[in-house]
Write a protein that binds this ligand. Structure first.
Ligand code: PEP
Ligand code: MG
Length: 957
């Protein structure tokens, strides 16, 4: 959203005519680097169409749509003319708010300015202001009006008392970013107040980012507390008393109506009630068709038509604020900020009301003086349907970078393919169980054939494994039995099958919570496939040309199934950079941006997009110019990759010869040969849990030896660093269920879990030792918190060394630990005395240092391993290791971050272990700087206070 700051304001201008004023506004935009000189003509052409005078001595010059090609960057320049200029429509102007917009961002500015237009005295204050701050303050909208729209509602919540409703409403306000956790704490500590008429109020001013009013209604009709009915609860996130008018308006509305009727209403119905629409109110919905929404010109027309009806007509956005505005007020109508595709609700009361509304609606449909195209019920409507699913999500502005979490580097330019949640329509009951059973069996067969084809075409072993697991689910006799029972009880095949799937999935989730959540997702995945066959709904068919896949969230199994020949990039609503799905995306070399928010679901299938996985940005519908720039960048990137590929076998070292080993992170021993082919100097992290996950029960000694030997042989004498089984947290192992834990990331995982079944650990250590004889083997333990855990494993390891004859086992072997818990970094000196090496797992170390779940849908964007706190822990680790003559690797995702590499090298890290695809680029990056340079970068990074400051400081170097 565009906002005004003092730097945008140029005071004390003078112009003899409005044309000269407009020219200096154009010049100011050029000087700011927002536009090219050609934009000036666009500003003049726009004035020639109609005046951009807004009111109260303010005009808002902006270019025509054709002149947008000259816009380099969206921005605003405000020019103050203390002596005033006569505008071409005869109005006196003191302030030009000149906008360089690539799309409809000028609507934001318009909305901000509408409040100034009604205020008395502002014109004089603007003319006489002597500081940029004063002008900015006068023009900026005080965001005091509390937000109340479909997103702040929580309807039909299964609460038992007002306090539960209050907490649900508070959580809703947090979800839409109006408040933070301390608000919820404030609400939890207070008892809701009884307002009368079944209404309750709770409020807090703690942790309020934006004043808002949440409204929650209970699911149950006749709920009571202390003898009072519970019909609705207002949850107020207050700033001063700006909420009073709204609250009073709502109370009046509800008192006039019947508060009991609020229970059971949908969000849209509740908004209508809160907007004061009653049985006597006539309403008419009409869709805005204007390409650039209800900006000044069409809004003016709407107002004129509304006034011509000679009766009060109100208008509101269907999914927007519950406060209707007068359709006769230009500033209020502009203030709605209505965009193309959004529905307006017009309302009026009395005789002739419906004719009046029809007249206004007809004018809106006709385009309010602008040429409009019908709203495309197919392509465009998708966006609206999804917007409704996630109310009030503004669609992404075209040709404007939208920020998400950088999850896998690379640039992708391709049309998007959006996978929206499928809906299946089916009868709950059926009369002929035999027929339903036949249908189910046939559907299972068809789904099985589909899966077989997918397994056959799978791009790699990991993908095939996951799909084979789906085949097993399909063959599960218990699932079939459960569904068959449902059918015999009178359910349709669809209803019975889905009930069986849901019951099984739910049971998995209950058993081990997050550890098995992924298996539940697989169950539902298979369930939907069969349901698709039964309902004749085809699962979304990806296009046969390259595309960027857009989904709500993407699990590791989804990533593994991707058709890498066509998927150019991945974009998700949720997810974090160090979730295993992101790691897999990197392993597959697919650029990815995750956690980009609900708005990405409003993208139209087939629309073009630039996805920058390095910077975590996506730009929908880029302009020709931006597209050309991105294509050039892509070519350069491909060239860089090609150059790096050419030199991939050269030794990994800095420009001045400081050696840093570059190794590969692997999840599958079969990929070791490929890693060597990509220039790996060893394997720095073998995630052995994937081997365990690929089997239905723990693999025995011989199987494990065979697997590890595959990697060791492929490495031809290069070192293998194998991590012992690391399950728990976000990596479930179906046959090793963990009792329910509220906090699995702080529970039984990593070495703690492994030590609960020492025989499994012992078999693994034995297999690792016996898989290699004269090749270098390094074994490391995950999630070690202190020396005691290391010693517990070391005791087993030492015993094995005596039990297995040296001729039968590795002799060049080291035992080390991962540094992924802050305690182990803080205690590195005591660990360094006994371990052979450290490998820093920055993914978990960052998670535990910053207390941010690495897969958290919103927060993980700020879980940046370049945080100075994490860097200090790495510094301590390296210092302790080097004092004892031990080496330190980094195997978390930070090791392949181009900005972080010099910092890690400067901190003294000896080895970087990265996904195999990154190896040539990481080696090439090392050759770009000297060690002394890297040390300066490291010191610079350590001296910053936040990760943003670290990145800014490094970028500025
Ligand atoms: C880490 O935590 O940085 C790491 C390498 O381990 P994983 O990502 O497998 O948890
Ligand atoms: Mg880890």
């Amino acid at each position: 959203m565009l906002t005004l700051g003092p730097d945008d304001i140029l005071l004390g201008r003078h112009a003899d005519s409005w044309q000269i004023a407009l020219d200096s506004a154009a010049e100011a935009l050029v000087d700011a680097g927002f536009v090219e000189a050609g934009y000036r003509d666009g500003l003049h052409a726009r004035e020639a169409q109609s005046s951009t005078f807004l009111g109260n001595t303010i005009a808002i010059p902006h270019g025509t749509p054709e002149s947008r090609q000259h816009v380099k960057q969206t921005g605003v320049r405000v020019l103050q003319f203390p002596q005033g200029i006569e505008w071409h429509d005869g109005q006196q102007v003191h302030v030009l708010v000149t906008i360089a917009a690539q799309n409809d961002e000028h609507l934001d500015i318009l909305r901000q300015l509408t409040h100034v237009l009604d205020r008395e005295g502002v014109a004089e204050q603007l003319a006489g202001a002597t500081s940029a701050d004063d002008v900015a303050r006068l023009l900026s909208k005080p965001t005091l009006e509390p937000r109340l729209d479909a997103e702040t509602l929580c309807v039909n919540f299964p609460a038992r008392d007002p306090q539960e409703l209050a907490l649900a409403a508070a959580a809703r306000l947090r979800q839409c970013g109006c408040v933070d956790n301390s608000f919820i704490t404030g609400v939890a500590a207070a008892q809701p107040t009884w307002l009368g008429k079944g209404l309750w109020l709770t409020s807090s001013d703690q942790g309020v980012n934006q004043p808002a009013l949440g409204v929650a209604t209970p699911a149950e009709q006749s709920l009571e507390s202390a003898g009072h009915p519970i019909h609705a609860l207002f949850c107020l996130a207050a700033h001063g008393d700006a909420h009073r008018p709204l609250l009073e308006q709502l109370m009046a509305v509800i008192e006039n109506g019947e508060s009991q009727s609020l229970v059971g209403k949908t969000s849209a119905q509740l908004l209508a009630s809160l907007a004061g629409e009653t049985a006597n109110t006539h309403t008419h919905r009409v869709r805005v068709l204007n390409t650039h929404g209800l900006h000044a010109r069409p809004a003016k027309q709407l107002v004129q038509v509304a006034r011509a009806q000679h009766m009060p007509i109100n208008v509101r956005l269907e999914e927007g604020s519950a406060t209707p505005v007068s359709a006769a007020s230009l500033t209020k109508v502009i203030g709605l900020g209505a965009r193309r595709g959004q529905w307006l609700v017009l309302s009026a009361e009395g005789e002739q009301a419906s004719e009046a509304l029809e007249a206004v609606a007809a004018a809106v449909e006709d385009g309010l003086g602008e040429k409009v195209s019908p709203f495309d019920g197919g392509r465009e409507d998708n966006a609206i349907v999804d917007t409704q699913a996630a109310p009030s999500v503004a669609p992404l502005a075209s040709d404007t970078p939208h920020v998400g979490v950088a999850a896998s580097p690379g640039l992708a330019i391709a049309p998007v393919f959006v996978i929206r949640p499928l809906t299946f329509d089916y009868p709950q009951h059926a009369d002929d169980p035999e027929h339903e059973l036949v249908r189910l069996r046939e559907a299972l067969k068809v789904a099985g054939t589909q899966l077989q084809t997918l397994v056959h075409n799978a791009p790699g072993a990991e993908v095939a494994d996951i799909l084979s697991m789906h085949e097993e689910i399909l063959d599960d006799p218990e699932l079939y039995q459960a569904a068959a029972e449902g059918i015999r009880d009178g359910l349709s095949a669809q209803a019975a099958w889905w009930e069986a799937i849901e019951t099984a999935a739910h049971a998995q989730e209950m058993l081990a919570d997050r550890l098995l959540a992924q298996r539940a997702a697989d169950l539902r995945d298979v369930g939907r496939r069969v349901l698709g066959v039964l309902c004749d709904v085809s699962l979304p068919e990806p296009p046969d040309h390259p595309y960027i896949l857009v989904m709500d969230d993407i699990g590791p199994s989804d990533v593994a199934r991707l058709d890498t020949s066509r998927v150019r990039g991945l974009l998700t609503v949720r997810g974090g950079a160090t979730a295993h799905s992101a790691i897999l995306a990197r392993a597959l070399g697919i650029p990815a941006v995750v956690g980009a928010g609900q708005a990405v679901m409003t993208l139209n299938n087939g629309s073009m997009m630039i996805l920058d996985g390095e910077r975590g940005r996506v730009t929908p519908q880029p302009s020709e110019e931006r597209l050309l720039r991105a294509e050039k960048q892509l070519q350069e990137h491909q060239q860089r990759e090609a150059d790096a590929w050419e030199t991939r076998f050269e030794i990994a070292q800095t420009r001045d010869g400081h050696r840093v080993e570059v190794a590969a992170n692997l999840g599958n021993t079969a990929h070791a040969a490929d890693a060597v082919e990509r220039g790996a100097e060893g394997v720095g992290l073998l995630r052995t849990e994937f081997l365990f996950m690929a089997h239905a029960s723990a693999p025995d000694l011989a199987t494990q030896i065979g697997e590890y030997r595959q990697a060791i042989d492929a490495l031809e004498g290069r070192p293998l660093v194998a991590r012992t089984l690391d399950v728990g947290g976000d990596k479930p192992l179906p046959y090793w269920p963990v009792p329910h834990e509220d906090n699995p990331f702080l529970g039984l995982r990593g070495i703690r879990l492994a030590l609960t079944q020492p025989d499994v650990l012992e078999t693994q250590l034995r297999a690792l030792l016996m898989a290699s004889t004269n090749q270098p083997l390094r074994i490391m333990l995950p999630m070690v918190k202190d020396i005691a855990e290391f010693r517990a494993v070391k005791a087993i390891y030492d015993r094995l060394l005596t039990e297995i004859a040296p001729s039968q086992r590795a002799t060049d072997v080291q035992l080390g630990v991962m540094i992924e818990i802050p305690s182990s970094a803080l205690l590195a000196p005591s660990l360094a005395a006994e371990v052979d090496f450290f490998s820093v797992g920055t993914n978990d170390l960052t998670q535990y240092t910053l207390a941010i779940d690495r897969g958290h849908p919103e927060l993980s964007a700020s879980a940046d391993g370049l945080h100075p706190a994490v860097l200090r822990l790495i510094q301590m680790t390296v210092a302790a290791a080097h004092t004892q003559g031990k080496w330190v690797g980094v195997c978390g995702e930070l090791a392949s971050d181009a900005v972080a590499i010099p910092v890690l090298v400067g901190l003294g890290v000896d080895e970087l272990s990265v996904s195999a695809r990154q190896i040539p680029l990481v080696k090439a990056r090392l050759r770009e700087f000297d060690f002394a340079d890297a040390q300066v970068s490291a010191q610079l990074a350590l001296s910053q206070a936040t990760s943003d400051e670290v990145r800014d400081a490094l970028e500025a170097r």
